[in-house]
Design a protein around this ligand. Structure first.
Ligand code: NAP
Ligand code: ZN
Ligand code: ZN
Length: 349
């Protein structure tokens, strides 16, 4: 085993730095020196769930990070020491089910191994996430990151970015598409940038009046305050696709009303129960959909697209010691538009 330093918790809402163990490299593993890791609302959900379960096992969150390869296993073919890389929220999958064969490792029938809180497929240990100085990972789940972009701003592409990228792509968004994005946070602001870059016109639905100017600066042509019933009613039937990134339980039918003929509402933010009548889908032959993270092919495709189109997240970078501040501010919806922690300031244990 090798030892590194990570921010983790045992059943409390506060992350504390301490030593953790990483495995020695397997033949196809690479060791990544982590420089930056984004703070996703899913990390906040995970810390909450962990604290409320009063678990005493160690949770190390963090699942969108960038860094540099420092060591490679004997059979690693794709990477060399010094390569600029990125890792997202999946670090392994079965590789043989229909989903994996289709390049959708994120939907693996055996459930993909998540970057933290997952079960390692070889030794059965619980994976520990990217709020750490080092991560050891199979090369199949390591990606080349564009080096023309700020690494800190690339990190959020690995979860927030790819989670909205897959539905934008699978629903064929391109020039002429009319896209709505509900919730302007980490996922939402990247959805706006990506949909614009694909050629769509984009409208942001937000509860935060004060984000309207930012939404336009990000590329939205229109902003709807979602609590304004008249504005919602006026948008009836307007959209081909809405990416709903809202992190809390909410009524989805008001958004379905704004979908046009054969359009889709893709709910990627709140993954609990939602309530919809079939009639709300019948009128206009609408679809309700969801998505989550990305397969290997589309993840690399996203990074390449972002490199070519100069797209990355709007980030506030904090020293790693302020990781709890990031979580607290995220909980208060006080973020423009993604916190990223700088882990290069952590010493290896
Ligand atoms: P975030 O930065 O906190 O953004 C969430 C946005 O939702 C907020 O900025 C806010 O936008 C809106 N919102 C929050 N509470 C609301 C409420 N009560 N009613 C209406 N709108 C509300 O979070 P994020 O990191 O983008 O993540 C968003 C959600 O996606 C989280 O639930 C996260 O767990 C989930 N997620 C899912 C996947 C997946 O695989 N499907 C991947 C990553 C994240 P406005 O201020 O504009 O209203
Ligand atoms: Zn995430
Ligand atoms: Zn599989």
């Amino acid at each position: 085993m090798r030892t590194t330093t990570a921010y983790g918790t045992r059943g409390s809402m506060t992350l504390v730095a301490g030593p953790i163990e990483r495995r020695e490299l397997r033949p196809r593993d690479v060791a990544v020196d982590v420089s930056h890791c984004g703070v996703c609302h899913s990390d906040l959900h995970a810390v909450h769930a962990h604290a409320s379960s009063r678990a005493d096992d160690l949770l190390v969150p963090g699942h969108e990070f960038v860094g540099t390869v420092t060591q490679i296993g004997a059979l690693v073919a794709e990477f060399r020491v010094g390569d600029a890389v990125a890792v997202g929220n999946i670090v392994d999958s079965c590789g043989s089910c229909d989903m994996c064969r289709a390049g959708q490792e994120n939907f693996c029938r055996e459930f993909p191994t998540t970057t933290y809180g997952g079960r390692d497929r070889v030794d059965g240990t619980t994976t520990l996430g990217g709020f750490a100085r080092e991560y050891v990972v199979d090369e199949n789940f390591v990606y080349r990151r564009p080096t023309n972009l700020d690494p800190a701003a690339v990190a959020p592409l690995m979860c927030a970015g790819v989670t909205v990228w897959e539905p934008l792509r699978s629903h064929g968004v391109g020039p002429g598409s009319v896209v709505g994005v509900a919730g302007l946070g980490g996922l939402g602001h990247l959805a706006v940038k990506l949909a614009r870059a694909l050629g769509a016109s984009v409208t942001v639905f937000t509860t935060s009046q004060q984000k309207a100017d930012d939404a336009r600066a990000l590329g939205a042509t229109d902003v709807i305050i979602s609590t304004d019933r008249h504005a919602m009613a006026a948008a009836r039937g307007r959209f081909d696709l809405i990416i709903d990134t809202i992190s809390a339980p909410h009524a989805v039918e008001p958004y379905l009303d704004t979908i046009g003929l054969d359009g889709t509402l893709s709910v990627v933010g709140y993954l609990g129960e939602i309530s919809v009548t079939a009639l709300a889908l019948l009128i206009g032959r609408k679809s309700l959909s969801s998505a989550g993270s990305g397969g290997r092919i589309s993840t690399q495709e996203l990074l390449d697209f972002c490199g070519e189109h100069d797209i990355s997240a709007d980030v506030e970078v904090l020293p790693s010691g302020q990781i709890n501040t990031a979580l607290e501010r995220l909980a208060r919806n006080d973020v423009r538009y993604r916190f990223v922690v700088d882990l290069s300031d952590l010493k290896n244990a």
